[in-house]
Design a protein around this ligand. Structure first.
Ligand code: S3P
Length: 437
């Protein structure tokens, strides 16, 4: 899907207001859960990213009737989903295509484990390299039959109406794995629980509650009883803090900058970036509009970020799940000023690309001082970047992180595969131009 090169010129400053696109993680979950609910749901501000389109495409392949149109208010789409009720999906006529989306293939696999037919799901060349044993193992324990290509997609899933509940402790902190097990558990004959050593984003738990399910959190363990019916809802998706992160970092990095981000999701499991930016010295104000979460159970508000002198900061293993998708852009920040040392982030190696090696390679080509380690990296702002020519390796977050690093260059940077940004933020490069103006 990625194509095209973009040349990014240095910027003296960024200033302005942005309403970021609808949160990608929440969009996926509202669509998946709405498909399992009884009745027609309306989702406002659904992400326009290609990943969230992949979820809708797969659901349509499973017989779900979906209508979409540009949002009447704010960014994104208004999506109407005719829920098919628990176990109501239909056997697909063809292989499903999850595109670049790990969230789609992993979470949908949990749902398919409970449907008594055979489904094959595949994806693009990046997705076909990503590890799936982390969901195959628990879903097989629950009773599904799953065939993979040595632990990678394509997956062929044969579900069952007799899914058994399990108590599961994932080996790696992963919201996608937790969600796959919980969505399967919603269909199982008893209580399914997932115990997390480090907490990960809890959007699935919140979405299930908003659609009427009882989901319990006791210490590190989340559990739910199978067979609970869900009721259709009308919901608004808050803005994606992982997309807002690019503008937060640009504002923190460039002198005389200030960016106001409106209607951003402030879920406590996602705001690690705010904490890290504060630790690095950036000026940040956060004004919550709804702390407990509005009708959709997700808190949101306004974030204002201003430039400040940046300090050296460490990101430790326990910080990683809260900033997992923001690590590339935080590395970009440390090319502008201060220094950043990240450890315990080996999961980055199995994202849309090997994000440690691709990040180090790209930033180094622009003149950065970055050292790669198996589980992280060290970046230090020794001198101004030169700019240069980099390859985003078909990875949306790298394309956008390189663009933010490039703003501080002494010369322009050409980013190959920059079209990958459309996976989560199709408007990224046009917003960048408006903020530098
Ligand atoms: C996501 C969870 C994270 C994250 C990904 C989205 C989600 O992945 O990196 O971009 O929506 O649940 P893992 O579950 O693999 O950590």
């Amino acid at each position: 899907m990625a194509s095209g090169s973009v040349m990014v010129h240095p910027a003296a400053r960024v200033r302005g207001r942005v309403r970021p696109p609808g949160d990608k993680s929440i969009s996926h979950r509202y669509a998946l859960v709405a498909a399992l609910a009884d009745g027609r749901s309306a989702i406002h501000g659904y992400s326009t990213g290609a990943d969230c389109a992949s979820t809708l495409r797969c659901l349509r392949g499973l017989g779900v009737e979906i209508r979409e149109r540009p949002a009447a208010e704010g960014p994104g789409l208004d999506v109407e989903i005719a829920g098919r009720g628990l176990r109501g999906l239909l056997a697909p006529a063809a292989t499903l295509d999850a595109g670049n989306s790990g969230s789609t293939i992993r979470m949908l696999s949990g749902i398919l484990a409970a449907h008594p037919f055979r489904t094959s799901i595949t994806g693009d060349s990046s997705l076909r390299r990503r590890p799936m044993r982390r969901i195959i193992v628990p879903l097989q324990r629950m009773g599904a039959r799953i065939v993979s290509d040595d632990g990678r997609p394509p997956l062929t899933i044969e579900g069952t109406l007799q899914l058994a509940p399990i108590e599961f402790e994932p080996e790696v902190p992963s919201a996608q794995v937790k969600s796959a097990v919980l969505l399967a558990g919603l269909h199982a004959g008893g209580v399914t629980s997932v115990r997390e050593v480090l907490p990960t984003r809890d959007h699935t738990e919140r979405a299930l509650r908003v659609f009427g399910a009882d989901v319990a959190q006791t210490g590190p363990t989340v559990s739910l009883r199978g067979g609970q019916r869900l009721t259709a809802r009308e919901l608004v998706v808050p803005g994606d803090i992982s997309s807002a992160a690019f503008w937060m970092v640009a504002a923190a990095a460039l002198p005389d900058s200030e960016v106001v981000l409106e209607h951003v999701g402030l879920n406590p499991t996602r705001i690690g970036i705010v904490d890290v930016l504060r630790r690095m010295g950036a000026g940040i104000d956060v004004a919550a509009e709804s702390i407990a979460g509005g009708d959709n159970g997700e808190p949101s508000g306004t974030i204002i970020v201003r430039h400040a002198t940046l300090r050296e900061t460490r990101i430790e293993p326990h910080d990683v799940p809260g900033v997992i998708d923001e690590l590339p852009v935080l590395a970009a920040l440390a090319t502008h000023g201060g220094a950043l040392s990240v450890s315990g982030a080996q999961e980055l190696r199995v994202k849309e690309s090997d994000r440690i090696s691709a990040l180090a390679d790209g930033l180094r080509r622009m003149g950065a001082d970055i050292e790669e380690r198996p589980d992280g990296f060290d970046v230090r702002a020794r001198a101004r970047l030169r700019g240069g020519e980099v390859d985003a390796q078909n990875d949306h977050r790298l394309a956008m992180a390189f663009a933010v690093a490039a703003l501080g260059g002494s010369g322009p940077t050409t980013i190959h595969d920059a079209g990958a940004a459309a996976v989560s933020y199709p408007e990224f490069f046009s917003v960048l131009e408006s903020l530098r103006a």
